[in-house]
Design a protein around this ligand. Structure first.
Ligand code: KG4
Ligand code: ZN
Length: 345
């Protein structure tokens, strides 16, 4: 067991090449290089371009992170890396780099689940035992409600999206509205100029049998269709109102279901994580609704919501300090592991 070990975390599951360094639960460095501009003209991430960018960026990102932390490789006690889910070629660059470091330094290696890492980043800067919580994990690839009994050993899914992820919905609507890629931050900005109450877009799986059968599941594809239809039927639409009303519909559904999960499970702590957790309206509304419901709300700072290396280092550090067995040398990546697979054994 090593509660104050230095853990270097590597993240390469999508288009960010990122390295974070923590000592225990203290963040020492968080360096990110994104290939997003190279993908923008394709309207989405191109896996081959992402893998190549990771390879090119990795050595410099590791050096910069060590410099920022005021450390050398000799100070590293363990290496952590995202082993899935993600783009397989991209993941393999990170896993190979982390494996090489672990072998060369003769230090333990932790292959970690990207989704759990999004949640684990919330532990940075805290002390004392981590309480069980409900997790609302909203990213470009996932929208899930999780029950987190122990972030290193016991996480299970209460509900998830049946079609598009929340971030994917933001990206698609931004494209339709000519707001560019990635769409989340663009819609967030545009929505500030409009009214969320201007257009009553549908909230799926929120009523009757749908709600009974899918209390914690999401569906965003109908909302996307509703926005497209509205735009076709309304030639003089106000873009900011469409962005704000779409965002309002997503935020409303996410929070109603997450708070209900807290109430039904009797767990009065909610962590909102993943790229969409950077959304200003989601954060603002979550504060109000959680306060009203008597639920403790935890959201990582905005810079730690989208993909980063600190989250990987944070989960690796929690595993190290809990005495969890490291991953085996020869660790492989997996593009779509279940959430139950938190640390690769
Ligand atoms: O977690 P993340 O960085 O990558 C994945 O693991 O998918 O999430 C990226 C997603 C993208 O879909 C992006 O549009 C969305 O997070 N996102 C946002 C905001 N910032 C990023 N969505 C809404 N509002 C934002 N401010
Ligand atoms: Zn992510």
């Amino acid at each position: 067991m090593n509660v104050d070990g230095v853990v270097l975390g590597i993240e390469t599951s999508c288009d960010e090449t990122a390295v974070g360094i923590v000592r225990g639960r203290k963040l020492l460095a968080n360096v990110i290089s994104s290939s997003v501009d190279e993908h923008a003209k394709f309207g989405g991430v191109v896996p081959e371009i992402a893998s190549r960018a990771h390879l090119e960026a990795m050595p410099a990102i590791i050096s910069t992170a060590l410099d920022d932390a005021g450390l050398t490789l000799a100070d590293v006690d363990a290496v952590a890396v995202t082993a899935g889910p993600g783009l397989i070629g991209a993941l393999l660059v990170g896993v190979s780099s982390a494996s090489a470091l672990s072998v060369a330094l003769n230090k333990p290696l932790y292959g970690v689940n990207h989704l759990s890492a999004h949640i684990a980043v919330d532990c940075l800067g805290t002390t004392g035992p981590l309480r069980p919580s409900i997790g609302l994990l909203v990213s470009g690839g996932h929208s899930s409600i999780l029950q987190i009994n122990d972030i290193t050993t016991d996480v299970h899914t209460l509900g998830q999206t049946m079609d598009d992820a929340a971030g994917e919905a933001f990206d698609k609507i931004a494209r339709i509205l000519n707001l560019g890629f990635p769409g989340g931050p663009a819609i967030d900005r545009e929505a500030k100029l409009g009214s969320g109450a201007a257009i009553a877009f549908p909230r799926a799986l929120m009523q009757g049998d749908d709600l009974v059968e899918h209390p914690f599941d999401f569906s965003f594809s109908g909302l996307k269709t509703a926005v497209s239809r509205y735009l076709q039927a309304t030639p003089d639409f106000i873009r900011a109102d469409v962005a704000a009303s779409f965002q309002e519909a997503v935020v409303d559904v996410l929070l109603r279901k997450a708070i209900r999960a807290c109430q039904e499970s009797g767990i009065d702590s909610l962590v909102i994580a993943g790229g969409v957790a950077a959304n200003s309206r989601l954060r603002e509304e979550a504060v109000l609704r959680c306060h009203r419901a008597g639920i403790e709300l935890r959201t990582p700072e905005i810079g730690l919501c989208t993909d980063n290396g600190a989250m990987v280092a944070a989960l690796g550090s929690l595993a190290l300090s809990a005495g969890i067995a490291p991953s085996l040398t020869g660790l492989s990546a997996s593009s779509s592991p279940g959430i139950e697979r938190i640390i690769w054994q």
